[in-house]
Design a protein around this ligand. Structure first.
Ligand SMILES: Cc1cc2nc3c(=O)[nH]c(=O)nc-3n(C[C@H](O)[C@H](O)[C@H](O)COP(=O)(O)O)c2cc1C
Length: 206
């Protein structure tokens, strides 16, 4: 198979990435964090809604409280940075013009804006934010891959009490939290977790 250098690098990052739960003392710089979040923010989302929001936690006392909310998972307290990925569809919809103004003619942008506000406005908070969480997992995937390409280890987690995390960080009550992500320089290789072969998960029609 012919691949470009970019293609090879992306495939290599996907193949080499594993969850890392132990980290060295080396700091994750602001510049690395920005690179990660800018790349994650390049993720596609339906209507370009971009419902993901992030909190970057470096403070040890707050990380310790998050660790307790994450059923004691050690990587939360041990990582130099813990990212909390949450959804805020209310903010996204209130500011939806931000996503269209640069790319669409004014009339079309206004029509799409009205359509989205009407469609999502008729949904419950729970349905709306669940939709947002689905979109946010795309950004999570981007972030994990780009972290690997920068030599950073990550541990995505769903094992936490969302209400406790929201209370600790003062997040909106309606928000969903698709993941906590511990980020740091690896001090372990991680497990070589097996993956299904393509034939196991693919049905071909035609
Ligand atoms: C959304 C999500 C939630 C996860 N939650 C946890 C968790 O709470 N604790 C944990 O140790 N690992 C968690 N994991 C890691 C998975 O167990 C891991 O990704 C999977 O076993 C594949 O291994 P790998 O990441 O090393 O390739 C989570 C992964 C994802 C994507």
């Amino acid at each position: 198979m012919n691949t470009t250098a970019l293609g090879s690098a992306v495939i290599e990052a996907a193949e080499s990435r594993h969850s890392v739960r132990k980290y060295s003392d080396e700091a994750v710089t602001e510049s690395q964090l920005r690179t990660l979040l800018e790349a994650a923010g390049r993720a596609p989302s339906a209507f370009n809604v971009q419902p993901w929001r992030w909190v970057a936690v470096r403070d040890q006392e707050v990380k310790d409280r998050l660790q307790a909310a994450a059923f004691g998972q050690a990587q939360v307290g041990a990582a130099p940075v813990v990212l909390v990925l949450y959804t805020d569809m209310q903010d996204a919809l209130a500011n939806i013009e931000e996503t269209f103004s640069a790319t669409l003619p004014a009339e079309k942008a206004a029509g799409t804006t009205a359509h989205l506000r009407q469609t999502f406005g008729s949904q419950s908070d729970d349905d709306r934010e669940t939709w947002g969480a689905g979109q946010s997992y795309i950004a999570l995937g981007y972030l994990l891959l780009v972290a690997e390409s920068l030599g950073l280890g990550t541990s995505p987690m769903l094992g936490f009490n969302p209400d406790e995390v929201k209370a600790i960080l003062g997040l909106p009550p309606y928000a969903k939290i698709p993941a906590l992500i511990a980020v740091g320089h690896p001090a372990e290789a991680g497990f070589d977790s097996p993956r299904h072969r393509v034939e196991r998960v693919l049905s071909v029609v035609g």
